[in-house]
Write a new protein. Structure first.
Length: 162
C-alpha cells in the first residue's frame, strides 16, 4: 500500500516573493512575512523542481541529472521539510510525520563526502523599508534631537547632529 508521502507532489510558492538567483544559491524575499531566505544550491534545485507534478522520488531523479551524482530521496525530503517550514511551498505542511528523517540521519545515509551538499535554507526577518530606522549622522542638519542617531541636535530648530 502506497502512503500519502509517495504521492505528494509539492508546489513551490511564487506569489508574494521576490526571487534573485545567484551563482550557487537563490535569495527569496517573502513580502507577506517580511523574511529573507537564502537557499543553498541543493535546496534551490529541489525548490526549482517543486512544480506540483513531481513527487520526491521524481525530484531526486531530476537532481541526479542536474548534479550528475546519485541523490537519495531522503535528501529531497529534508529539503522539502525546510522549504515548508520557511513557507516557500504552497502547502503548509508536508507528509513526513513518522518518517524520523533528521539531518543527522541523512548525513549518515548519504555520507559526509557526498558530491551534493545537504540542503540548507537560512532565514532572517527583514522589516519593511518604512519600518527601518532612519537617522542623521553627526554633523548633518537637524531640526530636532529625534532626527539624530546620537539623539542630540545642537542649536535646534536649525542645528546639527552631535
Amino acid at each position: 500500500m502506497m502512503s500519502k508521502r509517495n504521492h505528494f507532489a509539492p508546489r513551490a510558492r511564487k506569489e508574494g516573493l521576490v526571487i534573485q538567483r545567484l551563482a550557487d544559491e537563490v535569495l527569496v524575499y517573502d513580502q507577506e512575512r517580511f523574511k529573507a531566505h537564502c537557499l543553498n544550491r541543493t535546496a534551490a534545485l529541489v525548490w526549482k523542481h517543486c512544480d506540483g507534478r513531481k513527487t520526491a522520488g521524481a525530484i531526486a531523479q531530476a537532481l541526479e541529472k542536474d548534479a550528475g551524482t546519485p541523490v537519495g530521496e531522503d535528501l529531497v525530503w529534508l529539503a522539502l521539510d525546510q522549504l515548508a517550514k520557511s513557507r516557500l511551498l504552497t502547502e503548509r505542511t508536508i507528509p513526513v510525520s513518522g518518517t524520523g528523517i533528521s539531518r543527522r540521519e541523512v548525513i549518515r545515509r548519504v555520507g559526509i563526502a557526498a558530491a551534493i551538499a545537504l540542503p540548507v535554507v537560512t532565514s532572517i526577518v527583514a522589516p519593511k523599508a518604512a519600518n527601518a530606522i532612519n537617522c542623521r549622522a553627526s554633523g548633518q542638519a537637524c531640526t530636532s534631537s529625534a532626527q539624530c542617531c546620537s539623539g542630540v541636535c545642537t542649536g535646534a530648530p536649525s542645528g546639527t547632529c552631535a
